[in-house]
Design a protein around this ligand. Structure first.
Ligand code: ATP
Ligand code: MG
Length: 452
């Protein structure tokens, strides 16, 4: 009798689970032990859709590749084979123990062994579970089921050793605690703090991937706090630390220092905020500490130029973490413009339309919303922009030009800086609504060229 409806033909079972199940059946039919392992078991017990499926098996990599012709053997020397069907990839790994870790990143060698030893080499108890795909039975050598029920993230075995072996586990611990809303068990937490410096051995790309997954989570505020309180952030984003205790004018920021302001903003963002927006919020005031001055005359703290310097710092930070250029550009741009939202009501229509026409504008509007909501509570600029967006909605913010470069050439305007200045001037008139027809615009340009 099957305890769960896991037959590969059951319609409501997601396709990747069906495929992983059929792979496990194939291994079993050939006389091997085959279990679902790790994250996919954890997620099923939590009622969540797993990101991917892993199978742990008694079959050797050679036996696995024979059973799954065309499977990818790239990881075979670590005992891992990737089998594919309908674009779904399943990692099939032979039960193993990891040899010693010399570099804090990967084992020197692996030895094929038993399911129990395979569970013990995994990172956290909740990730050490196996499931029999046929019966749905959970095989628990690590106490992971009790920790799942209690909402506890606990390293398997001696936490200090486990973080010393592989420093990426430090970031994974924060990610799992944040995604699942779990408490980190005291001994595990103490070991994380002790071994935080090990993060320096991990490549920026791997740190970035974990950090990105943390900062986009709905619970990103707690994620940031765990990174700060564990000491991890010091090794990849130390610029955040001076935000702590960086005090601000209370009339603008009754909530407190820049760190609390930033954390409230992260919390206020919608659950589906983009990576770029989350990073822009985190970094929008990153240059407040280095620009902070006290204006004796006005009797207040100032942060002149923190937007421009902040954009430069954001770019440096994200480049160091090897983010792709489009992410770096968008985030730096959003940081550079966040103060301009205070002036939108004074902008001429043409300037405002150009301001609103950038691809990042919707995200910047959200940044501005949480910037105000987390501090002074002002909503006038936000409401003004929402009204204007409606008012301008009937036609494109930047309409088709009335006059083109070809027209200027025909009018005998020589190439040079003046050329683009004229095009911009005519666009300004168009955006202001003062020029609406092509003939009228051509006349206007003729007047301008003649006068110059
Ligand atoms: P998700 O796929 O949602 O990120 P996951 O737990 O499935 O989470 P994977 O990276 O897919 O994580 O790894 C699958 C399993 O392999 C984990 O559940 C864990 O048992 C083991 N594992 C992965 N990375 C490590 C590591 N650095 N140290 C020890 N075990 C690990
Ligand atoms: Mg996984």
């Amino acid at each position: 009798m099957h305890r769960l409806p896991l037959s590969p033909n059951t319609a409501e079972v997601p396709q990747d689970r069906q495929i992983a199940t059929s792979f496990a059946y194939k291994l079993k039919a050939a006389g091997h032990v085959a279990y679902f392992a790790g994250g996919c078991v954890r997620d099923r017990l939590l009622g969540k859709e797993p990101k991917d499926y892993d199978i742990a098996t008694s079959a050797t990599p050679a036996q696995v590749t024979r059973l799954f012709p065309g499977s990818n053997e790239v990881g075979a020397h670590f005992g891992v084979v990737i089998a594919k069907d309908h674009g779904v990839m399943v990692e099939i790994a032979t039960f193993r123990t990891d040899g010693s870790y010399k570099d804090g990143r990967r084992p020197e060698a692996v030895t094929f062994s038993t399911p129990e030893e395979d569970a013990q080499r995994r990172d956290f108890t909740i990730n050490g579970l196996f499931e029999d795909p046929e019966t749905g039975e959970v095989i628990d050598f690590t106490g992971g089921q009790a920790d799942l029920e209690a909402g506890v993230l606990r390293a398997i075995g001696n936490p200090a050793d486990r973080f010393a072996e592989d420093s990426l586990r430090l970031m994974r611990a924060v990610r799992f605690a944040t995604t699942l809303g779990f408490e980190i068990e005291a001994g595990t937490w103490a070991a994380m703090q002790d071994h935080a410096a090990g993060l320096q051995r991990i490549s920026p790309e791997r740190i970035r991937d974990e950090f990105s997954r943390i900062i986009v989570l709905p619970a990103r505020r707690r994620g940031l706090e765990l990174l700060v309180d564990s000491g991890l952030i010091q090794y990849f984003l130390p610029e955040v630390l001076p935000l702590i205790g960086c005090d601000q004018p209370p009339e603008w920021h009754p909530e407190g220092d820049v760190y609390i302001h930033t954390r409230i903003m992260l919390e206020m963002l919608g659950d589906d905020a983009s990576l770029e927006l989350c990073l822009a919020v985190l970094l929008h005031d990153i240059a407040k500490p280095p620009t902070r001055t006290y204006d004796e005359e006005a009797g207040r703290i100032r942060f002149n130029g923190h937007d421009a310097l902040g954009a430069t710092m954001a770019e440096e930070i994200l480049r160091r973490l090897k983010y792709p250029n489009h992410v770096i550009e968008d985030v730096a741009f959003m940081v550079s413009r966040h103060m301009q939202f205070m002036n939108v009501q004074q902008m001429r229509t043409s300037k405002l339309k150009r301001f609103m026409a950038t691809p990042t504008f919707p995200q910047e509007l959200e940044l501005h919303r949480v910037d105000c909501a987390s501090s002074n509570g002002f909503t006038d600029n936000l409401e003004y922009l929402i009204e204007k967006r409606e008012e301008f909605a009937a036609e494109p913010l930047i309409p088709k030009p009335l006059v083109t470069g070809h027209d200027l050439i025909a009018l005998g305007v020589p190439s040079g800086p003046r050329f683009s200045e004229i095009l911009e001037a005519v666009q300004t008139e168009q955006l202001e609504g003062r020029l609406t027809e092509r003939e009228q615009a051509l006349e206007w340009v003729k007047g301008l060229v003649g006068a110059s």
